[in-house]
Design a protein around this ligand. Structure first.
Ligand code: PMP
Length: 373
C-alpha cells in the first residue's frame, strides 16, 4: 500500500449517483423581506392562529425529558390517533412530517427505472424522493388546475409503483370527489400503491369529499397520509402520520429511523388532537374567509381557483405591470409575503394563505392598489 502514490489532484472526487444533481431542491415559502421588519408570512399554509394552548403546555412539559430518547413507535400518539379516528394502531406509521412518509414509501417501493405518477402541479416532495431512488416522475396534465383521473391512468404502466394525489391539492387548493378517487383506484393494477395525501383534508367540508380512510380498509394498495402542520398548527414540530394496510406498515417501518418523532412533538400532537375547541376555531376561520378572499380577488379582475384548503391560488394577467411576479414584489414591499409558484409550473399565479380578517383585508387592499396602479 505504502508504495502506491495517489495523484490527489487528478483523482476522482466523490460523485452523487446518477440523477441526484438533476433534482431541483425544494424551495420553501419565503419568510423575510429585505428592509421590512416583521412582515406577515402568508406563504407556507401555516395556521394563522398558532397552535392549541394545550399543545404549547404539553411541549413545555417535555422540558425535563430532553435527555431521553423518544419511544420509537410513538405509542402514545398512536393510541390517541387510533382512538380519535377509530383506526387500528398497527396500521399507523409516524414520520418527521408527512414529508418523511412520502420518502419512506418511495424508498420501500421504488427501484431504479420504476416510475411514480402525480399531477403536473403535484406537491414537490413526492418527486424529490422518487428521483432519489432513481425512479422516473410522470406528471399528468391537470386541466382547470385539478387532478384528472383519466390523464393519470394514461401514464400508468408496468413500471409504475406509486401514484400520489394530494386531496385537497397544494398549490392549487382543488379537490376531487370520493367517487373520482375510487375510479382512479379501480383503474390501477393492485400492485400500484395509491397515496392519498390528506395534509389539508380537514379543510375540505363537501359531503362528496372522502379522506380515504375507508379505502385503506377496503383495499390492500391504498395509503392515507395526514399532518399536524396545518389544522393543528404544529409545523415546527414535524409530525405526520399514515394509515395503510398492516403488511405495508410492517414493511415501511423497517426502514424508518428508530426515533423519528421526538418527545416534545409527540406530546404536543396528543394534546392538539384533544383540543377540539382550537380545531373548530381554526376551521371556522377558514370557512369564513376563504369564500370572502376568493370573491374579493375575483372582483379585482384576478382569477382565484376555488379552494378546499387553507389557502387560495390566484391567477394574474400576463400584461407587464400586472404579472404575478410583480404583484409578489408589490405585496412584499407592504410586508405581505405570499408564495410565488413558478417552481410548480404556475408562473402566472400566487398562493395566499388565509389569515386573520385584517390580514385578508390587507392583501385585498394591496392587490386593489396594484391592479389600479
Ligand atoms: N402534503 C402537502 C400537499 C403539503 O402541502 C405539505 C406541506 N406543505 C405536506 C404534505 C407536508 O407536510 P408536513 O411534512 O409538514 O407534514
Amino acid at each position: 500500500m505504502s508504495d502506491i502514490v495517489i495523484d490527489r489532484a487528478a483523482a476522482p472526487r466523490p460523485t452523487p449517483k446518477p440523477g441526484i444533481l438533476d433534482i431541483a431542491p425544494y424551495v420553501p415559502g419565503k419568510a423575510k423581506v429585505e428592509g421590512v421588519e416583521n412582515p406577515l408570512k402568508l406563504s407556507a399554509n401555516e395556521n394563522i392562529l398558532g397552535c392549541s394552548p394545550k399543545a404549547r403546555e404539553a411541549f413545555a412539559g417535555a422540558m425535563d425529558m430532553l435527555h431521553l430518547y423518544p419511544e420509537g413507535r410513538a405509542n402514545i400518539l398512536r393510541e390517541a390517533i387510533a382512538q380519535k379516528y377509530g383506526l387500528e394502531p398497527e396500521r399507523l406509521l409516524f414520520g418527521c412530517g408527512s414529508d418523511e412518509i412520502f420518502q419512506l414509501l418511495n424508498q420501500t417501493f421504488l427501484e431504479p427505472g420504476d416510475n411514480i405518477v402525480q399531477g403536473e402541479y403535484g406537491f414537490g416532495a413526492y418527486a424529490i424522493g422518487a428521483r432519489a431512488c432513481q425512479a422516473e416522475v410522470r406528471m399528468a396534465p391537470e386541466p382547470n388546475y385539478r387532478i384528472d383521473v383519466d390523464e393519470m391512468l394514461k401514464l400508468v404502466d408496468a413500471r409504475t409503483r406509486l401514484i400520489f394525489i394530494a386531496n385537497p391539492a397544494n398549490p392549487t387548493g382543488t379537490w376531487i370527489s370520493g367517487e373520482e378517487v375510487r375510479r382512479l383506484h379501480a383503474g390501477l393494477p393492485p400492485s400500484v400503491v395509491l397515496v392519498l395525501d390528506g395534509a389539508y383534508a380537514e379543510f375540505a367540508r363537501d359531503p362528496a369529499y372522502e379522506d380515504g380512510a375507508a379505502m385503506v380498509r377496503e383495499f390492500e394498495n391504498v395509503v392515507m397520509t395526514r399532518t399536524f402542520s396545518k389544522l393543528h398548527g404544529l409545523a415546527a414540530l414535524r409530525v405526520g402520520w399514515a394509515y395503510m394496510p398492516p403488511e405495508m406498515a410492517s414493511a415501511v417501518d423497517r426502514i424508518r429511523l428508530p426515533f423519528n418523532v421526538n418527545i416534545p412533538a409527540q406530546l404536543a400532537a396528543v394534546a392538539a388532537l384533544g383540543d377540539d375547541e382550537f380545531q373548530q376555531r381554526s376551521l371556522a376561520l377558514i370557512e369564513q374567509w376563504r369564500p370572502w378572499l376568493t370573491q374579493q380577488l375575483g372582483g379585482l379582475g384576478l382569477e382565484p381557483v376555488p379552494s378546499a384548503a387553507n389557502f387560495v391560488l390566484v391567477g394574474f394577467p400576463k400584461t407587464p405591470g400586472k404579472t404575478a411576479r410583480e404583484a409578489e414584489a408589490f405585496l412584499a414591499a407592504r410586508g405581505l409575503i405570499v408564495r410565488g409558484v413558478g417552481g410548480y409550473g404556475l408562473p402566472d399565479h400566487l398562493r395566499v394563505t388565509i389569515g386573520l380578517e385584517e390580514h385578508n383585508r390587507a392583501v385585498v387592499e394591496a392587490l386593489a392598489d396594484f391592479m389600479q396602479a
